[in-house]
Design a protein around this ligand. Structure first.
Ligand SMILES: Cc1ncc(COP(=O)(O)O)c(C=O)c1O
Length: 390
């Protein structure tokens, strides 16, 4: 198949899928996946895993919140060093990694479950709650749908609570929306795709009040990009014995999207239930866990990645402001902003200019979600944006 045909097919399938989403046909996608008993092979971007190799070369790939500033040199060196012993299963390296996390977070190692990326852990939690506890998930709208979609395949519905007027998850609305049939709360904080965080005190109170009846899953994939991750993280509630689960990924600040490292922190009793649906870290390679140990301790790199992300984000903000465009201030490595053009057409035109982005539709308004890339990538993005919306 020629690359131009590949590209056409890829664009077409992406457009069809995102058209379905924009038109609110998500229920059709779910109905189909219930029939086939398969997880919908679809991301809102229309980026299909099995078609990924057909993605046309891009000048700026800003559609998956990947971190172009890493991995850190120490992580790369650790991978090289680990190759010679990688004929072994690498249990020791994973144990070292778990112990490091436990020490930093002030919990015991049995509070931690490793995964090859946090998606494995989101899936495991959604399978556990969908299959072993009858009930519905409650979450926000808009939010990151991965856990919700996987649970839906196994028959668990989701009550959706719209965002507040400043695009934050509505904790009061969620608390009020919990009923006897609610199995768990899913909170993405900072939230994808809005980039917003909820007030830490309010969230902590919410966790302590609600989790005594309903377990709470908090997806902290982007917490390292906030100004105060320690304060904003709800791992403190787990330390106090509340039934809160916190998922973390190395795909974002640590730039490990392709290396696949994630972990879940929760009460040991909760970990042992969710573990039944996960690999327990068995899917992580010895090289990746060695890299994770190095990257976890490389605080200079953390600061570097955080600063570089903010530099590119500031450039984006200034450019949007200069164009008279609004945006939702983001504490993450992506920004959501309203567009006055049709989302599907916009995505296609951006792709044709070599720029990959995602779009969303919320309350009849189309939005662009752009990942933060290098300064050069942001320049490619803003140039294309100006040409399209001018
Ligand atoms: C909010 C959120 N959670 C989890 C993930 C999954 O990341 P990974 O499986 O790479 O850890 C993503 C990926 O973009 C995300 O945006």
């Amino acid at each position: 198949m020629s690359s131009s045909i590949n590209r056409r097919n890829w664009l077409k399938s992406g457009m069809l899928l995102s058209a379905g989403l924009a038109a609110g046909n998500w229920s059709d996608v779910l109905a189909e996946s219930r029939k086939t008993k398969k997880i919908p092979q679809m991301l809102p971007s229309g980026l299909l895993e099995h078609e990924a190799p057909d993605i046309p070369p891009m000048k700026a790939r800003l559609l998956a919140n990947e971190n172009p500033f890493g991995p850190s040199d120490k992580a790369k060196q650790a991978i090289k060093d680990a190759i010679d012993t990688s004929f072994r299963y690498g249990w020791e390296g994973k144990r070292e990694f778990v112990n490091l996390i436990a020490e930093k977070e002030g919990v015991t190692p049995d509070h931690i479950l490793l995964g090859a990326g946090s998606t494995e852990l989101l899936n495991a939690a959604s399978w556990y709650f969908a299959l072993e506890t009858e009930g519905k998930i409650i979450s926000g709208d808009l939010t990151y749908d991965s856990l919700i979609r996987t649970a839906a395949v196994h028959g668990a519905g989701c009550d959706r609570v719209p965002l507040t007027s400043d695009f934050k998850l509505d904790l009061k609305g969620m608390a009020n929306g919990i009923h006897n049939g609610t199995s768990m709360v899913y909170i993405c904080n900072p939230n994808n795709p809005t980039g917003t965080t909820v007030d830490s005190k309010e969230l902590e109170e919410f966790c302590m009040r609600v989790s005594t009846k309903t377990p709470i899953f908090i997806d902290e994939a982007y917490i390292d990009f906030t100004d105060n991750p320690e304060e904003k993280s709800m791992i403190k509630c787990i330390r106090k014995g509340y039934d809160v689960m916190v998922a973390r990924t190395f795909s974002k600040l640590h730039a490990f999207a392709g290396l696949r490292i994630g972990y879940l922190v929760a009460l040991p009793a909760t970990i042992s239930k969710i573990k039944e649906y996960a690999s327990g870290g068995g899917t992580i390679s010895a090289t990746s866990s060695a890299a994770a140990v190095a990257s976890y301790q490389d605080t200079d790199y953390h600061k570097y990645a955080y600063d570089m992300n903010n530099k590119s984000k500031d450039y984006l903000y200034k450019t949007l402001e200069g164009m008279g465009m609004e945006y939702i201030p983001s504490e993450t490595s992506f920004v959501l902003f309203p567009i006055a053009v049709d989302a599907q057409t916009f995505r296609k035109q951006m792709f044709e200019k070599g720029v990959g982005i995602q779009t969303r539709n919320y309350k009849d308004q189309d939005y662009c979600r752009v990942s933060i890339g290098t300064l050069d990538e942001m320049k490619v993005f803003t140039k294309a944006l100006k040409e399209i919306v001018a």
